[in-house]
Design a binder for this molecule. Sequence first.
Ligand code: AMP
Ligand code: MG
Length: 343
Amino acid sequence: MKTQVLPVTESSLAMAAKIINDGGLVGMPTETVYGLAANALNAQAALRVFEAKGRPADNPLIVHAAEVEEIPPLVRAIPEAARRLMDAFWPGPMTLILPKADCIPKEVSAGLDTVGIRLPKSRAARALIRAAGCPIAAPSGNRSGRPSPTTAQHMLEDMDGRIPLILDDGPCEVGVESSVIDATGEVPVILRPGGITPEMVQAVLGRVSVDEHVMSPLAEGDVARSPGMKYRHYAPKAKTVIFEGERDRVIAAICARYDAATAAGERVAILGFDEHDFGGRTRISLGHAGHPQDAAARLFAALRELDERGETLALCEAVDTAGIGLAVMNRMGRAAAFDIEHV
Ligand code: AMP
Ligand code: MG
């Protein structure tokens, strides 16, 4: 199969909608990352998503709608706290876990009694959902275990020959996947941090809870509240280590490790901020220090670049976990298997 990459136009949207209505898969731009889109009401189409990604069958897909009015038929209930989050943050980078209605096939929810629902802000994504006329199941458009794609080109790297079409709407604005919030109980719990931050949820609900596994690996015997927590994600081939602490000590520790590893024959790259002086050592930029949104937008591309360059060791500057920094550290932490050095 030849994979076409087309800009978002009326005719490419119509092509994409037809593919989805016929049970096929399309690369869909959103404000978070590129998604692998299928008709969320078609079990066969959902199975094709798992196959194209190589995704474990127990990791559910998120269902995307274009309008709030499309949500009630997809769920059995919308608790009050969920309603307030919807009003505050949709359309936007937030997925709410809600009790699923029967129309959502078990293939989409991976057998769970709940379903993740999101109203994306991206105009291209909303236009595609409207054109298709059905809710769209879309996980991130990477092959399982690879960093999520934040450009159409990255999605093509992973999906070339597996799907007929990727809609190209340029680089994603947010750059990390949506915040996943379990809204089935009285106190919503953030299962995966993203563009809608704990501080933002706190401001709307007056309380917030963040799952303990956001910044720690699952231990043997721990139950994952979100199946995605179980899997090693975003893993570059390079061994990845994060350095956390006072800025100058972090820079010194990274430089020392870099030199020792290079002397030992490793290919090393630093993931660091533009303002920090690493003395000419190889650096892949995370953007401006103190701008965690820069790091969010660049992290996945940086992880892909490590592999392209054949690096064997990546030394990363930690980001403060305030705001979207928590989402950055969650993804960086998982890429590093939570190997964090406090200096
Ligand atoms: P992705 O679509 O690749 O961004 O991944 C979706 C994430 O949402 C994964 O981490 C899933 O485990 C999580 N997720 C989706 N549906 C549910 C659900 N019903 N309950 C808990 N987590 C979910
Ligand atoms: Mg994913």
